[in-house]
Design a protein around this ligand. Structure first.
Ligand SMILES: [Fe+2]
Length: 614
């Protein structure tokens, strides 16, 4: 039984493939086409998934996509009825078009601006096209593989967006029963959905509909603070600890809680519900159209322009926004616990990338264990689709648990060697035992080390297979990384990878965080020992590393621990202002154009300067 899951025409297009319930492959399209957050049809990811499974498209039994244009139709119609009256009276839109404009931001098929204008009618055209494509997946696949449609014996499914998120948070979790929360900007007219997961079923218990969304509040404020790109919300989360939440009352008015775990936006602050929001592209990266209205400026003063200096006002706005998100998150979760009685929680949706909020859940709710889908954003719905079909619809026994996120391409030593020989640079080869020892010594010597191993990660975090790793004890490492490679805003923190058994020694909480989606406080007395990975408020977005989940990465940190008595290394993603590297060629190219000191690819090593003795 082969199932292919797809997220398409939506940020972070991706594909995943399962065989008899086992997760064989999952990857984002951006890693192949090298366009950040690519939003078109994930053609290359699909091709790779099939290649990884050793099959062709005609052997796939089920294909699903994480969109269902017919979902929540009555609610869409109800909402549209109000708007259509206004719009038609202005002679701008027909009622049916209004319904189609209600889903998430508009993107053209190839994820690039098509240059045909940016007006409301253009948005409508794009959205109608996208909705049609979601319905005509069979056509799209037949075209992609250049075969007659009749040859596809596959059954096709539209899985509602949040159901796909919920499935990704439950069916691959270690829990037989759990409370589930999906929380994002929007998908299929919904921003937040909560449920009870038990065995092979996900029972929806509540939802918040368009236009109310915590994700929209975060994105709108992120834009107002002068960070315009898709995915910039993480920057504001990093900025928040520098400020004090002196605007919390304003944010409590902008985002209001209601009975039953629900919330509402003060719509005066937002334009998405009235005018729609378009996504355009800037040098390959998505830019979401302006969501906030002038009400933001009336309340907080003028918007910061990108590149303007950051002042206390921006820091305080970020702190207030972050605090309000946490308050509302715990409001939903406490309600969810009340109605389910569950102490295990599965979490997904783009807002679940807010690792600061995630790290506080155990402190502010009765939940005891949390599984956050590693690809909590929309790429992870590709996995959700697969398991919603396999476990939810077809009722097959569960058994797959995602302990890490290593589901992407890996490359044989021959391919790595060929890639190195192509660029004609000297290299060394180490044994399995030597390679981690040697790299640990390089890290302890203060070198910037590229670490390219095994299968590429799924989701936004590099987890020790496509990583750049350095010594967390050196306070200047943050600046060195930024100067030489990452060029990030100086206020953004870098993250620690720590041996799982040492977490309690260094952090105030110990719940495992194997996919770097929790932020905990570093113990007071340890902060000065690891300054490069301790944020301004004493926190760290940690990755807990166990031998079972990533043997080689565990060994690397162990060897570093043996040399330094610190079981932690700084881990940042292997890229320079581009999607994380996928292939050895991309890793070597990044190594050559940046000022990385040494690059390990499997057991091979390239050095910028060959040290004595080699
Ligand atoms: Fe989503």
């Amino acid at each position: 039984m082969i199932i292919l899951g797809i997220n398409a025409y939506h940020g972070d297009a991706a594909a995943a493939l399962i065989r008899d319930g086992r997760l064989i492959a999952a990857a984002e399209e951006e890693r192949f086409n090298r366009i950040k957050h690519s939003a078109g049809f994930p053609a290359a990811a699909i091709r790779w998934c099939l290649q990884e499974a050793g099959i062709d498209i005609t052997q796939v039994d089920h294909v699903g996509i994480s969109r269902d244009p017919s979902a929540h139709l009555h609610k869409k119609v109800l909402f549209a009825a109000t708007r259509a009256a206004k719009q038609v009276s202005l002679g701008r839109l027909r009622g049916a078009e209004v319904v189609e404009t209600l889903d998430t931001t508009s993107t053209s098929q190839n994820g690039k601006s098509n240059g045909r204008g940016t007006g409301v009618l253009q948005q409508v055209r794009d959205r109608l096209q996208n909705a049609a494509r979601v319905r005509d997946l069979k056509d799209e696949l037949a075209r992609l593989f250049e075969i007659p449609k009749a040859k596809l014996r596959t059954e096709f499914h539209n899985i509602e967006h949040h159901r796909a998120h919920l499935a990704s948070a439950f069916y691959v979790s270690p829990f037989d029963r759990a409370a589930l929360l999906s929380i994002d900007g929007f998908g299929d007219f919904i921003s937040t959905m909560w449920a009870n997961g038990a065995g092979n079923s996900i029972e929806i218990l509540g939802q918040v509909e368009y236009p109310h969304s915590t994700g929209i509040v975060y994105t709108a404020t992120t834009q107002f603070l002068g960070f315009p790109h898709y995915g910039d919300e993480g920057k504001v989360m990093g900025l928040a600890p520098y400020g004090t939440p002196r605007f919390i009352n304003e944010f409590r008015d902008i985002l209001r809680t209601e009975e039953g775990g629900r919330f509402q936006l003060n719509l005066e602050y937002f334009r998405h519900h009235a005018e729609g929001v378009e996504m355009t592209w800037d040098q390959g990266s998505p830019v979401v159209g302006r969501i906030f209205t002038d009400e933001f400026a009336h309340t907080f003063g003028p918007a910061r322009l990108p590149g303007d200096p950051l002042t206390d006002r921006e820091r305080d706005l970020a702190a207030s926004l972050q605090l309000r998100l946490e308050e509302v998150g715990f409001h939903i979760l406490n309600h969810l616990h009340e109605i389910t009685g569950a102490t295990d929680l599965g979490l997904a949706g783009g807002v679940a990338y807010n690792s600061v909020m995630n790290g506080k859940i155990l402190l502010n709710t009765p939940f005891k264990r949390i599984f956050v889908q590693p690809a909590a954003g929309d790429s992870g719905t590709a996995i959700g689709v697969c398991y919603e079909i396999y476990n939810g619809l077809l009722r097959h026994e569960r058994g797959a648990v995602m302990t890490g996120a290593y589901t992407g391409p890996e490359f044989a030593p021959e391919r790595i060697q060929a890639a190195i020989e192509d660029v004609k640079v000297p290299f060394e080869i180490y044994s399995d035992e030597e390679v981690t020892k040697r790299a640990a010594r390089d890290i302890a010597d203060g070198l910037v080390v590229g670490w390219f191993q095994g299968k590429m990660e799924f989701g936004p975090r590099a987890l020790g297979n496509r990583s750049i790793v350095v010594d967390p004890r050196r306070a200047d490492m943050k600046d060195i990384l930024n100067e030489r490679i990452k060029k990030r805003e100086p206020f953004r923190p870098f993250a620690p990878s720590i041996l799982e058994e040492c977490v309690g020694e260094y952090f105030e909480q110990t719940h495992p965080a194997p996919t770097m989606l929790m932020v905990y406080q570093v113990r007071q007395q340890k902060r000065s020992q690891i300054p490069a990975v301790t944020h301004v408020d004493g926190s760290g977005r940690l990755q807990t590393v166990s031998r079972e989940v990533n043997d080689r990465y565990y060994q690397l940190i162990s060897d570093f621990n043996k040399l330094t008595n610190v079981p932690i290394i700084l881990n940042t993603s292997f890229n320079e202002n581009e999607p994380i590297v996928c292939t050895p060629e991309e890793a070597i190219n990044c190594f050559l154009k940046t000022k990385m000191d040494v690059l390990y690819l499997g057991n091979y090593a390239l050095r910028r300067e060959i040290p004595e003795g080699f």
